[in-house]
Design a protein around this ligand. Structure first.
Ligand code: GLN
Length: 285
């Protein structure tokens, strides 16, 4: 490394290094890590591109680069991501929110009259928080099987000022017995469940395979194990005419097309930007 490191020089060097290491977006990641370190916006790196980076920051940056080069997801290093235009905190205990899941929010927001919503497997809480931010008179119950996820989701709800309208519950899928006792019926149920078939894990990119929580991703043998449970259990707690929106994996629409249930009527699928049928929409008869 040369003596004087300016932002620009550092970005060039790092982008080059990441490229050799096979990191997917080398330049972008170099910039985002430096912006994170300097606590500035990415764009600010350019207005100050001749700025000299102090020695102590260089040492810290080196550590960030090392982690990213080992394929740790950028979002776990910076501790946050953006979802539906909102900054969302993430930890390695939660799935990193994906752009596809914004489609689920988009569809959910089209449903009129949602006063009581259930979000199954909330993870970082990104769906619940986005819905609460956009539906000012909705109340949401958000569940997760992971205590750490619930903590992170609660933190995100607090950061966005919607904690008073989201009830977080530690549960495997949902506390159906409690709902039963309370006579709860939801207007809308949403979920981004684990749906990757177990045998696909060896082929996943290392960021996902080696760093993201397996229980948030692994949908069992055919990828549909959790989805099937939701389809069996959820309708009992959906009001007649209520909708169930599920994010699903590539190729799963075909398998789910024939999965008939008595109470749930298939409304259709919503494709993501890659043309994959990503959101399954069902209505309770
Ligand atoms: N969309 C994620 C991925 O492909 C999977 C999310 C999930 O299983 N719910 O990595």
């Amino acid at each position: 490394m040369p003596e004087v490191w300016t932002s620009l020089k550092l970005i060039h060097w790092t982008a080059d290094f990441f490229e050799k290491k096979g990191i997917p977006n080398p330049r972008l990641d170099a910039e985002l890590l430096l912006a994170h370190l300097l606590k500035c916006k990415r764009i600010d790196l350019y207005t100050a591109h001749e700025k000299k980076i102090p020695e102590k920051d260089l040492a810290k940056y080196k550590e960030l680069i090392r982690r990213r080069a080992a394929r740790e997801p950028l979002q776990y290093i910076t501790g946050e991501t953006e979802f539906w235009g909102l900054p969302i905190k993430v930890t390695p205990e939660v799935l990193i929110p994906r752009p596809e899941t914004e489609l689920l929010v988009e569809e959910a927001l089209k449903v009129p009259g949602s006063k009581l919503i259930l979000d199954i497997g909330t993870g970082s809480g990104c769906i619940a928080v986005a819905l609460a931010k956009n539906l000012s008179d909705a109340r949401i119950v958000a569940t997760d099987i992971s205590k750490e996820a619930i903590e992170t989701a609660r933190e995100n709800a607090g950061l966005h000022g919607v904690a008073d309208r989201i009830e977080f519950v530690l549960a495997n899928i949902a506390p159906w017995r409690v709902f039963e006792a309370e006579g709860r019926r939801f207007d809308l149920i949403v979920s981004n469940p684990p749906y990757i078939p177990s045998d696909e894990f060896p082929n996943l990119q290392p960021e996902v395979r080696d760093f993201e929580p397996r229980k948030a991703l692994d949908g069992g043998l055919d990828g549909l194990e959790v989805i099937r449970r939701i389809l069996e259990e959820a309708p009992g707690f959906l009001r007649p005419g209520g909708l169930l929106l599920l994010e699903i994996g590539e190729g799963e629409a075909d398998l789910l097309q024939n999965l008939k249930t008595e109470t749930l009527l298939l409304q259709g699928f919503k494709k993501d930007y890659g043309g994959v049928e990503r959101i399954l929409i069902l209505k309770k008869a």
